[in-house]
Design a protein around this ligand. Structure first.
Ligand code: G4P
Length: 290
């Protein structure tokens, strides 16, 4: 199935973000630490232009820490500070605020020189749906914020949320669209739950996932499902499907007559991988780009 990347959505989202850029000093770009490039809008540089930017690699708690460290270096090479975070525990809130202050430092220095009391740094969170924008905003606010504007085209009055004494956050995030015309990108987005799994065939997503896990996290996969031997050639689709069937049998995902219910087995694999049952896994690494 071909998935469309709706240009209309993107144009509107872009216009909305650019209107917000006028109000803020720093952009916080939220990416999924497991798939930083696939969860990134490819037009982001063009949209944000020269606005100072902090990249947050969110859901760090679910990602492979060694791969995340490589992503931090990858972004540093491109002049961007990237910070791994877990928005569900707010442990890095101070760090986020101080990095934003640093990115705004030149302006703060000018204000001090002119004898003006430096004002709080104003930030906007941007990211694709499901990347954790509202979770982070709620953590930073210290309360639950109603994000009724959480859809491109749906606007509401914007408010500033105070984060400590030195930072203010716009309560409506900028929603970006992922670009999932590329099959692999679509698979990664579906496997992590960034796009609805119904957009693709569930067994194709699981096939992609099992193939990737078997290649990169083989022992975790074997341990979780008690698999004795993994295929030698991961390109051998039948062998990868055989693994999925083995998992299905072990999980009791059977149709009448004893055949494996591959859809059900696929759903189990996807849900368990997403929930971190196979440990912390990343589905994209800078090493894959070489
Ligand atoms: P959005 O505003 O960008 O659309 O994303 P949202 O905050 O709604 O987060 C989407 C899902 O991701 C939520 O789970 C949220 O709990 C989870 N999430 C956000 N940040 C993190 C993180 O750093 N680590 C982990 N492990 N999960 C994170 P959900 O299952 O959709 O909802 P719920 O279970 O929280 O109710």
């Amino acid at each position: 199935m071909t998935i469309q990347w709706f240009p209309g959505h993107m144009t509107r989202a872009r216009r909305e973000i650019q209107a917000k850029l006028k109000l803020i000093d720093v952009v916080i770009e939220l990416l999924d630490a497991r798939i930083p490039l696939s969860s990134r809008n490819p037009m982001i540089d063009e949209i944000l232009q020269s606005k100072p930017r902090l990249v947050l690699l969110n859901k760090h708690d679910l990602a492979d820490p060694a791969v995340t460290a490589k992503w931090v270096a990858y972004f540093a090479d491109r002049g961007l500070q990237a910070l791994p975070v877990d928005s569900t525990n707010g442990n890095q809130l101070k760090d986020i605020a101080s990095r934003c202050r640093e990115l705004f430092a030149a302006k703060i220095a000018t204000q001090i020189r002119k004898g003006i009391n430096p004002r709080a740094v104003r930030a906007l969170i941007v990211g694709i749906p499901n990347v954790g924008k509202s979770t982070l905003i709620n953590k930073m606010a210290g309360r639950k914020i109603a994000l009724t504007g959480d859809k491109p085209g749906v606007t509401k009055g914007q408010q500033w949320i105070k984060v400590g004494s030195e930072m203010e956050l716009l309560d409506t995030p900028g929603i970006l669209w992922p670009k999932f015309e590329d099959q692999q990108v679509g698979m990664r987005l579906a496997a992590t739950g960034a796009i609805k799994e119904e957009l693709l065939h569930i067994s194709d997503i699981a096939l992609f996932l099992v193939r990737y896990l078997a290649s990169h996290y083989g022992s975790s996969l074997q341990e979780r499902y008690g698999i004795e031997k993994l295929p030698e050639d991961m390109k051998d689709t039948d062998a990868v499907i055989a693994i999925m069937e083995e998992i299905g049998r072990k999980r009791g995902a059977l149709l009448s007559g004893g055949r494996v219910d591959l859809e059900k087995a696929s759903l189990t694999i996807i849900r368990e991988a997403r929930a971190g049952k196979m440990g912390r896994i990343s589905l994209e690494s800078p090493d894959d780009l070489r």
